[in-house]
Design a protein around this ligand. Structure first.
Ligand code: SF4
Length: 249
């Protein structure tokens, strides 16, 4: 949109300035961009983000698919793509990560938890995910993400409003006050058919598990197939009153 493009030129002069911005500055950038870019195309939002934050920007990907990583590779070749390598991913997920690293113009950064799965089992007992998934997610996802994000002012995700009721209000740009970072969700307004169209148009790597009844993919112990009519995220932590890992809360 014109409003979105106006914002690009307003913030674009900082593209070469790698200095860390203050939380207040980031908050006001997010407030303005959240309004200006609502209704902008995903590519416009991606361009704004990379122009504005330069090297202090990364994409995060769960490697369910590589749509957002691909989108950003078009406007910022070599962009950092952070993957949280929990040690409990399906082999199919690691295959997507490796394909992305080998075939796309991005820099994949696999971030590991401080403890291996074996060390965690030794300290907290085996199968912590089955007893206390919040603790397990904190150690294997939330803390590693925060460590990775310390190098950046802003990060992009593939969150979409139509994924689940809990994500229906996802803004395209917001300030994550807890982390002091800007969160960019360029495909927030996309529907599943639009995602499918993009994948097919650009031949984007996709997790093979989608062809086997999975509609949302996380670590193997906490992901099951869904049935027709179920919320796409119903297969995540299905045995618990838990719908999010803590990365997006
Ligand atoms: Fe642990 Fe499950 Fe969270 Fe993965 S999704 S970090 S296995 S609780």
């Amino acid at each position: 949109t014109a409003a979105g493009l106006g914002l690009v030129s307003l913030q674009g002069s900082r593209a070469t300035d790698p200095s860390r911005r203050s939380a207040d500055e980031l908050q006001s950038i997010a407030d303005a961009a959240g309004v200006a870019l609502e209704g902008a195309s995903a590519l416009e939002i991606a361009k704004w983000a990379t122009d504005t934050f330069g090297a202090r920007f990364c994409v995060t990907s769960s490697m369910a698919d590589a749509v957002v990583a691909h989108l950003f590779s078009r406007v910022a070749p070599g962009v950092d793509v952070v993957f949280l390598d929990t040690g409990l991913h399906f082999p199919e997920t690691l295959k997507v990560r490796d394909t992305v690293a080998a075939t796309m113009d991005v820099t994949v950064r696999s971030i590991r938890p401080r403890m291996t799965v074996g060390q965690q089992d030794g300290e907290y007992g085996p199968r912590l995910f089955a007893r206390s998934p919040d603790e397990c997610c904190f150690m294997r996802k939330v803390e590693p993400l925060e460590r990775a994000l310390s190098e950046y002012d802003a990060w992009a995700t593939g969150l979409r409003r139509d994924e689940s009721p809990t994500r229906a209000g996802t803004p395209v740009v917001s300030f994550d006050a807890r982390r002091g970072k800007i969160k960019v969700n360029p495909i927030a307004a996309w529907t599943q058919p639009e995602v499918d169209q993009y994948i097919s148009r650009w031949n984007v790597p996709v997790n093979e598990l989608f062809q086997r009844g999975y509609t949302s993919i996380g670590c193997w112990p906490c992901t099951r197939r869904t049935t027709a009519g179920e919320d796409p995220r119903a297969g995540r932590w299905a045995m618990f009153e838990k719908t999010e890992c803590g990365l997006h809360q």
